[in-house]
Structure formats: structure tokens, C-alpha cells
Ligand binder design. Structure first.
Ligand code: ADP
Length: 198
């Protein structure tokens, strides 16, 4: 089974491209969904988080991701502790879902992950696809989507590896600076090529 990473930068269009792959029938695992699943109520990861970060559990016993995010954002040690709880669970869940897809006969799986490079997961993929837009377009779409100021948008970008760097490391690039149809045409070409080589 071939593992194909799909990533981008914030608001570069990864979700848009991911939805296009899914519409084409591509087997796809979403890192963000898996990250939510592993901290559902009743999971070992949530109990460990509750011990270390009790304030991050809401009155319904669910994880308050915003409270937790704000706490660990500027505290590297706390962030590392959180990652040590969550990352192994994400890895295991990913491995299990990949195995299930392989057993079902899927020749490849696309792993949709915003922080693929930042988390070193690119090294575990057979190939990586990066969704690219120039910085000005990225800022403009981020501001429009999330209602941010330019300063806020620039701060979000600053916390990620620059898209240009990701493009240099990518085997395939989807240029999402045109309209959605131009992007869809590239996604279809990539899907055909992946399917043919799988
Ligand atoms: P990401 O998942 O990378 O953060 P999204 O797929 O949410 O990015 O796209 C960011 C924003 O840009 C969204 O509001 C989306 O609707 C818009 N968008 C995505 N692709 C295009 C495009 N080709 N043309 C115009 N707007 C786009």
C-alpha cells in the first residue's frame, strides 16, 4: 500500500483539494479527524490530558481544545507533554486505519495532514503532494475565510514552515492560485497518475 501525504499551508486550499480527491473516490485519512477521535470521551488519551491539564475538560467531559491550545501555545514544555500523550495515539490510529484500507484492497491511501512536514511525517510517506498558493493569495484567502487582520494572518503564517519550503520538498504540487476548476483539473491528473502507478 502506497502512502501519499497531502499538505499545504494554512488557507492554501488543502481542504478544498482533499474534498476533490474524495469526490474522485480516493481513500483518504484526515489527520485532524483522527486527532479528534483519539481524545473522544472514554479514551486513554483524554484521561491523561485530564490529569495534566484539568482545566481543559469542559463540564460535559469533553476536551476544550481552545483552552488547551491557549495554555500550551507559548509553553514548549507543556506542548511537548501534550504531544507525548496525543502523537502515539494518532500514529496507532493511523496505522490501524491504513491496515483496514489495505485489507479492503486499497492500493494507496492519501493522508491529509496540515503539519505533515512540521511533524516529520513526510519521511514516512512514499510521496507528498503540496497545495501551493503565493503568499499574497494565502494571506488574502486566510483573511477572508477567518476574518483576521493582516497582522493576525501574518502571525499564523509565521508559525508554519513557509509554503515555498514545503514545495521544494514535495514530489507533486497542486497550484491552487487559479480558480477551482483549474485546481480540479490538476487533482484529476494527479489522481489518474497515482491510480496508474498504484
Ligand atoms: P486550507 O484547508 O488549506 O486551510 P481551504 O481549502 O479552507 O484551505 O481554502 C482556504 C479558503 O480559500 C477557503 O475559504 C476556500 O473556500 C478558499 N479557496 C480555496 N481554493 C480556492 C480557489 N481556487 N479559488 C478561490 N478561493 C479558494
Amino acid at each position: 500500500m502506497r502512502l501519499i501525504g497531502l499538505t499545504g499551508g494554512i488557507a492554501s486550499g488543502k481542504s478544498t483539494v482533499s474534498a476533490m480527491f474524495q469526490q474522485l473516490g480516493a481513500p483518504l485519512l484526515d489527520a485532524d479527524l483522527i486527532a479528534r477521535e483519539v481524545v473522544e470521551p472514554g479514551t486513554p488519551a483524554l484521561s491523561e490530558i485530564a490529569q495534566r491539564f484539568p482545566f481543559a475538560i469542559d463540564s460535559g467531559g469533553r476536551l476544550d481544545r481552545k483552552a488547551l491550545g491557549e495554555e500550551v501555545f507559548s509553553r514548549p514544555e507543556e506542548r511537548a507533554a501534550l504531544n507525548a500523550i496525543i502523537h502515539p495515539r494518532i500514529r496507532d490510529a493511523f496505522a490501524e486505519k491504513t491496515r483496514a484500507l489495505a485489507e479492503g484492497g486499497a492500493p494507496l491511501v492519501i493522508y491529509d495532514a496540515a503539519l505533515l512536514f512540521e511533524n516529520g511525517l513526510d519521511r514516512t510517506m512514499d510521496e507528498v503532494i503540496v497545495v501551493y498558493v503565493p503568499r499574497a493569495v494565502q494571506l488574502q484567502r486566510l483573511i477572508a475565510r477567518d476574518g483576521l487582520t493582516l497582522e493576525q494572518a501574518e502571525a499564523r503564517l509565521a508559525s508554519q514552515l513557509p509554503l515555498e519550503e514545503k514545495v521544494k520538498k514535495a514530489g507533486r504540487v497542486v497550484d491552487n492560485s487559479g480558480d477551482r476548476e483549474a485546481t480540479r483539473a490538476q487533482v484529476e491528473r494527479i489522481w489518474q497518475s497515482l491510480s496508474a502507478s498504484a
